[in-house]
Each structure stands twice: as structure tokens, then as C-alpha cells.
Design a protein around this ligand. Structure first.
Ligand SMILES: NC(=O)C1=CN([C@@H]2O[C@H](COP(=O)(O)OP(=O)(O)OC[C@H]3O[C@@H](n4cnc5c(N)ncnc54)[C@H](O)[C@@H]3O)[C@@H](O)[C@H]2O)C=CC1
Ligand SMILES: O=P(O)(O)OC[C@H]1O[C@](O)(CO)[C@@H](O)[C@@H]1O
Length: 391
């Protein structure tokens, strides 16, 4: 079996590419980073340090790489059995045109063997979104053929892989935690579901996507933003701060109360899931900057993402949300001159005020029944106390 994987970054090399290669699938990476492409194409292998409960360095072998900007991509798409991505949500639209062109070539070559495409991004139904971008770029006379021969499979990906500096200066070396979870939607495959060790197949994907995004990512983001407020550089140091930890735990519990009601999760198992996540944030072998985890705060404050979506759930089920509101205020208080969205958010707040900025980025209503939205006012109050260093 052959796979083409877009994005030879941390998750690409450290998780999805490794897992596919370990399963005996020949993986070709496609990336814009020519240095990384050249290194993989020359060596055909790279080291992965797995650190946590145990530590071991494994070598991923028999891999190849091409530039995602070259025509080689179309040839690959015409031939492979699986296409995966880990490029970041904002890049999917950019690579959709190449994928569409590759599918045109596959159809013209009359390759009718099943192909499946799986976007492995921190998104709710990221592959379905990717499919929309691809279909926009695909000539209409190919739509039926692609729908018939290509599966667009949504997934949830969970493994913490921060950028790590290699002691030997190896640009391909990657350091990952021992935990990993890749869950895919059984009902969306074209042809038989490939048996890949480490790829879990479920028929209720949304429950798993929301469980991961609105627990791990919710807690992670709040840890990052409170870490910034308290002047702490790493996720580990932030989660070891008692005040931050208590807020993060309770925010995950508030989000969890919604998930338990929505998906009928077992409350005890969900509490254990939260405990496990807190211990993963503490991993002493990973150096994970709060700036990486808090990156792009406007995306993270959008209506379907890890902070606002759980809050909307607490409205739906009339459950507590005090700590989620602290997390949202901390996101608004986040400042980073190297993060374009952090700069843009701060500018919005300066220009229109924090309430208006929050409503604009999150879609929350500014007023309810003719009065200021109390939730927005409460977030603004916490935000101002943070700005005055009095939180
Ligand atoms: N790092 C992590 O712990 C986790 C990340 N994710 C998600 O995985 C995705 C990737 O994240 P990371 O691996 O951390 O990012 P990364 O920045 O390490 O890797 C992204 C890769 O995509 C490449 N890329 C950018 N534009 C491209 C293009 N047009 N064509 C081909 N390649 C292109 C970059 O050169 C880079 O190698 C994101 O959606 C992230 O939310 C999900 C779970 C864990
Ligand atoms: O990659 P994003 O969506 O910016 O968010 C960072 C998040 O992704 C992860 O890297 C992996 O889930 C988490 O560590 C973190 O919560």
C-alpha cells in the first residue's frame, strides 16, 4: 500500500507518517520546506524519540519526499491508496487545487482502485471541509467520478508533538509523547477499511472529535493563556502552578459536563480522561512553549473551536461555565508580537473595546433581550482584572 502525506512537520513525521510507515505502508511526504524534503529524499529515514512513561528512539524507514509545489504531486495522487494531511487548518485550502489536479489525472489514467483522503488537523470534520475546497477546484465533469472512487474520511488526532531541538542538529529528528490516538470515521471509507495498527475505526466519530478538541485542546489553550498571564514559558510549568491547574481542571470538567450529557459518556471514565490529560501536560521530557499551544488566538476563539463551542454547550444544558469564561478572558488578554492573530486581536480590542472584539471573533451576541449579554460582560470584567494584574 502507498500513501502520500502532506506536511512533513511535527505531526507528519512524529505521528501519522510514522504510524503509516510502521504499518508497512510506503509513505511519500509532500512539503514546501525544501530542506526537509531534500533530507528525507536523500536519507529515506529519520529518528523519532518517544518520551514519557518509557523512552526509546525509533527509526522510521523506507520513506520518501517530494516538493508539494512540484508536478510530482499529481503523479503520486494518481497512484497512491491513501492521502493524509497534517499541514494546519489554514493550509488545506491552499493544497486543495493540487489535490484536485491529481484526482483529474487519476481519473484520466482510469485508476479506479479505492483512494481515501484523511485530513489530520485540529478541526471538527476537517476532511469534509477539505473536500469542499477540493470540489471547488475540481472541474464539474469529474465530480461524479471522484465521489464514486474517493473516500473523504474525517478523523481526530491526538499526540503532543512540540518542535524539539535535536542535540545533533538533525532537522528530521522529532520528539513525541508516548500517548497517541488516531480515530477515523468507519462510514466514510471508499472500499475496504485498511487495517492500520494505531488507526482506530469508529462509527460515532463526532463524539471522539468533540471529546478530544473540547477536553485536551480546551484545557491546553487555557493552560497556555493563563501561563502567559502568570509569566510562565512552558505548558509543564504552567500546569504545575496550583491556581492555573485548578482553573484548567474545572474548565475541562465544565466542558466535560456538556460532553457527558450530549454523548452519554461515562462520568467516571471522563474524569479519568481529564486526569490523564493533566499528566500529559506535565510531561517532563517535552519542552512545549505556551506560545505554540496558544498560537492563533482568533482561530481558537471562533464559534466552533475549543473555547466558545464548549461555552455554547453550557448554555444548551444550563451547566456551569465560570472557568471557561476565565479561559476566554485569558485568551483575549494574550499578547505575542510574533503571532499575527495575537496582534490583530489586540488591535481589535484597542479599536472597539473587549466586548465588541469578543463578539466579532466568537459570534457571541452583544445583547440578549435588549440588555448587554451577561456572559460577554463577565468575560470583559475578568479581562480588565487581568489587564490590571488583579486577577
Ligand atoms: N503538534 C501537535 O502536537 C499536534 C498538531 N495537530 C495538528 O496537526 C497539524 C500540523 O501541526 P504540526 O505538525 O504541529 O505543524 P508543523 O508546523 O510542525 O507542520 C506543518 C507542516 O506543513 C508544511 N506545509 C505548510 N504549507 C504546506 C503546503 N502548502 N504544502 C505542503 N506542506 C506544507 C510545513 O512546511 C510543515 O512542515 C495542525 O492542524 C495541528 O493543529 C494535531 C495534534 C497534535
Ligand atoms: O495546533 P493548534 O490547533 O494550534 O493547537 C495546539 C494544540 O494542538 C496540539 O498540538 C495537539 O493536539 C495540542 O498540543 C494543542 O492543544
Amino acid at each position: 500500500m502507498k500513501a502520500l502525506h502532506f506536511g512533513a512537520g511535527n505531526i507528519g513525521r512524529g505521528f501519522i507518517g510514522k504510524l503509516l510507515s510502521d504499518a508497512g505502508i510506503h509513505v511519500t511526504f509532500a512539503d514546501v520546506n525544501q530542506q526537509v524534503v531534500d533530507a528525507i529524499a536523500t536519507r529515506h529515514e529519520y529518528p523519532v524519540n518517544v518520551v514519557g512513561e518509557y523512552a526509546v528512539t525509533e527509526t522510521v524507514k523506507n520513506v520518501d519526499a517530494i516538493s508539494s509545489l512540484s508536478d510530482d504531486v499529481f503523479k503520486q495522487i494518481a497512484q497512491v491508496d491513501l492521502i493524509t494531511t497534517a499541514v494546519g487548518p489554514q493550509i488545506l485550502a491552499r493544497i486543495a487545487g493540487s489535490v484536485a489536479q491529481g484526482l483529474v489525472q487519476r481519473c484520466n489514467d482510469q485508476n479506479t482502485s479505492p483512494l481515501n483522503i484523511i485530513a489530520c488537523e485540529n478541526m471538527v470534520r476537517g476532511t469534509s471541509q477539505f473536500k469542499e475546497y477540493i470540489f471547488k477546484a475540481l472541474p464539474e465533469n469529474y465530480h461524479v467520478w471522484v465521489n464514486q472512487h474517493v473516500g473523504f474520511v474525517d478523523s481526530a488526532v491526538d499526540r503532543i508533538v512540540p518542535p524539539a531541538t535535536s542535540k545533533t542538529g538533525d532537522i528530521l529528528e522529532v520528539t513525541v509523547e508516548t500517548f497517541s490516538e488516531w480515530i477515523v470515521d468507519k462510514n466514510q471509507f471508499n472500499g475496504p477499511v485498511p487495517a492500520i495498527k494505531g488507526m482506530e475505526v469508529v462509527d460515532n466519530l463526532m463524539a471522539f472529535v468533540e471529546r478530544k478538541l473540547f477536553t485536551l485542546n480546551t484545557g491546553h489553550a487555557i493552560t497556555a493563556y493563563l501561563g502567559f498571564y502568570f509569566g510562565v514559558e512552558t505548558i509543564r510549568d504552567a500546569i504545575l502552578n496550583d491556581k492555573i491547574r485548578a482553573i484548567v481542571r474545572q474548565a475541562m470538567e465544565e466542558s466535560g459536563a456538556v460532553l457527558i450529557k450530549r454523548y452519554n459518556f461515562d462520568a467516571k471514565k471522563h474524569a479519568a480522561y481529564i486526569d490523564k490529560i493533566l499528566s500529559r501536560f506535565e510531561n517532563p521530557y517535552l519542552h512545549d512553549d505556551t506560545a505554540r499551544v496558544g498560537r492563533q488566538p482568533i482561530r481558537k476563539l471562533s464559534s466552533g473551536d475549543r473555547l466558545i463551542k464548549p461555552l455554547l454547550g453550557t448554555f444548551e444544558y444550563h451547566t456551569a461555565n465560570d472557568n471557561l469564561l476565565i479561559g476566554i478572558a485569558a485568551a483575549l488578554n494574550y499578547r505575542n508580537q510574533e503571532d499575527e492573530q495575537a496582534i490583530e486581536l489586540a488591535e481589535k480590542i484597542t479599536k472597539s473595546g473587549v466586548e465588541a472584539a469578543l463578539c466579532e471573533v466568537s459570534g457571541l451576541e452583544a445583547s440578549v433581550l435588549g440588555k448587554s449579554n451577561p456572559v460577554v460582560s463577565r468575560v470583559a470584567q475578568i479581562y480588565h482584572s487581568m489587564q490590571n494584574k488583579q486577577f
